[in-house]
Design a protein around this ligand. Structure first.
Ligand code: AP5
Length: 243
């Protein structure tokens, strides 16, 4: 890693980082899973939870899309399943999560967004955590009716490098098609069509709903009303995490 000369870092940036670290030092460690169908709001709430609790945000979908864009061997293997709205193999995603959880930014815990998505992935995650003497604290279940999701998915626009998400109706950018912060263009995801959404929902009901049962038996699932407006969902999350 290149050495950064602190004298070259602007004071404002240093102060912001110091204040952030000071705030984070008093926060409890948390290991969270966000589960819910496509478009239920996991990616919208994750950055808010991440900032509040100083956690790292590990979204397997984002990591896989980055691998596809970079045409890595992992991306080449994942692309076909993703384009069809099917799940990629358990071994691929377990490998990337195992590696990602070792990052220094995950020191105070993590938000797993889109993982685990099968019971096998959940079991493997438990094994990984057991080795570190850790366990999942809470599973936030973004419960929502399928009928609401098509409008959310087909209206979504994304700023790829930051992960910021917009919606033409529910969360429009100031200038259509342009990121509010950087002024860079927004994109739509290749799998955000009504047709691919059907396969993604099918995969969710068949393969991911059993994951919710798996964690319910451990007594750590909190059910959210994910059909409510974003701010109300944030309040529900805050309430659950403060308990
Ligand atoms: P992934 O990227 O994880 O997609 P997903 O689970 O389908 O989830 P989304 O990102 O579509 O939805 P979200 O809940 O984050 O919604 P958002 O907050 O953006 O996975 C993609 C693919 O990768 C999979 O199909 C699979 O192939 C593969 N994959 C990933 N993980 C895997 C794994 N573990 N195993 C195997 N394969 C894996 O919200 C959507 C829109 O609604 C936005 O525009 C937002 O502005 C708006 N919105 C959000 N909340 C609200 C609200 N409360 N009210 C109104 N609008 C709202």
């Amino acid at each position: 890693m290149a050495n950064t000369n602190l004298e070259d870092v602007p004071s404002e940036n240093l102060m912001t980082e110091l204040l952030r670290r000071f705030k984070c030092s008093s926060k409890p460690d948390k290991r969270l899973i966000l589960v819910g169908p496509p478009g239920s709001g996991k990616g919208t709430q994750s950055p808010i939870i991440k900032d509040e609790y100083c956690l790292c945000h590990l979204a397997t979908g984002d990591m896989l899309r980055a691998a596809v864009a970079a045409k890595t061997p992992l991306g080449t293997k994942a692309k076909e399943a993703m384009d069809k709205g099917e799940l990629v193999s358990d071994d691929l995603v377990v490998g990337i999560i195992d590696e990602a959880m070792k990052k220094p930014s995950c020191q105070k815990g993590f938000i797993l967004d889109g993982f685990p998505r099968t019971v096998v992935q959940a079991q493997k995650l438990d094994e990984m955590l057991e080795k570190q003497g850790a366990k999942i604290d809470k599973v936030l279940n973004f419960a929502i009716d399928d009928a609401i999701l098509e409008e959310r998915i087909t209206g979504r626009w994304i700023h790829p490098s930051s992960g910021r998400t917009y919606h033409t109706k529910f969360a429009p950018s100031k200038v259509p098609g342009v990121d509010d912060v950087t002024g860079e263009p927004l994109i739509q995801r290749k799998d955000d069509t009504a047709a691919v959404l059907k396969s993604r929902l099918d995969a969710f009901h068949r393969q991911t709903e059993p994951v919710i049962d798996y964690y319910s038996k451990k007594g750590i699932v909190a059910n959210l009303h994910a059909e409510k407006p974003p701010k109300e969902v944030t309040s529900q999350v805050e309430k659950v995490l403060s308990q």
